[in-house]
Design a protein around this ligand. Structure first.
Ligand code: HEC
Length: 155
């Protein structure tokens, strides 16, 4: 009898300890910091996704800077302000397009401009002097450039 009773106490005590240790493991406040760190690693904050909702290859936010891209790549021919008067375009025939040209702006849709920038002048029957920039510019950057060109069309 005595043995049984102490065995009973012992069992109850071990069970209580076992339950307590289980509860401790699932105590969220105890593990919050760890969970938070793991969560951060496994989930990309939405703010860092690209415009199309992809996780950026570099892991960071890709900054799309149409002004910088235009100044670096296009301004040499099309001119700093887009009037088609860049030094690199002076000797070209046909001349680089004046991107402010309202008639041209009205004639073409955005898809056409995207195509010219991405695949070059030849892709739409124009001069090959207007090269294809699709391997240098991301689709998002091309769209940002189209937006920039459209703003010029309204000036
Ligand atoms: C080496 C000079 C050169 C560079 C650099 C250049 N272009 Fe051009 N671009 C041209 C020429 C030349 C034409 C005119 C082609 C024609 O009329 O046959 C043209 C035409 C265009 C057109 C008008 C297409 C049409 O429908 O008439 C757009 C839009 C354009 N370029 C955008 C850009 C953008 C954006 C960049 C930079 C990413 C760029 N170009 C870089 C030379 C250049």
């Amino acid at each position: 009898m005595r043995l049984n009773r102490s065995l009973g106490w012992w069992l109850t005590a071990s069970l209580a300890m076992f339950l307590a240790s289980c509860l401790e493991q699932y105590d969220p406040s105890k593990n919050n910091a760890k969970f938070a760190a793991e969560w951060k690693q496994s989930v990309q904050p939405a703010a860092n996704l690209t415009e199309t909702g992809e996780i950026p290859v570099t892991g960071g936010a890709k900054v799309i800077d149409a002004d910088e891209r235009y100044a670096t790549i296009c301004a040499n021919c099309h001119g700093a302000k887009g009037y088609g008067d860049g030094a690199g375009g002076l000797a070209l025939n046909p001349k680089p397009r004046n991107l402010h040209d309202k008639d041209w702006q009205a004639r073409v849709d955005d898809a056409h401009i995207v195509k010219v920038i991405t695949y070059g002048g030849q892709s739409v029957g124009l001069s090959a002097s207007m090269s294809a920039w699709g391997s240098i510019l991301s689709p998002e950057e091309v769209l940002a450039l189209v937006k920039k060109i459209r703003v010029w069309g309204k000036e």
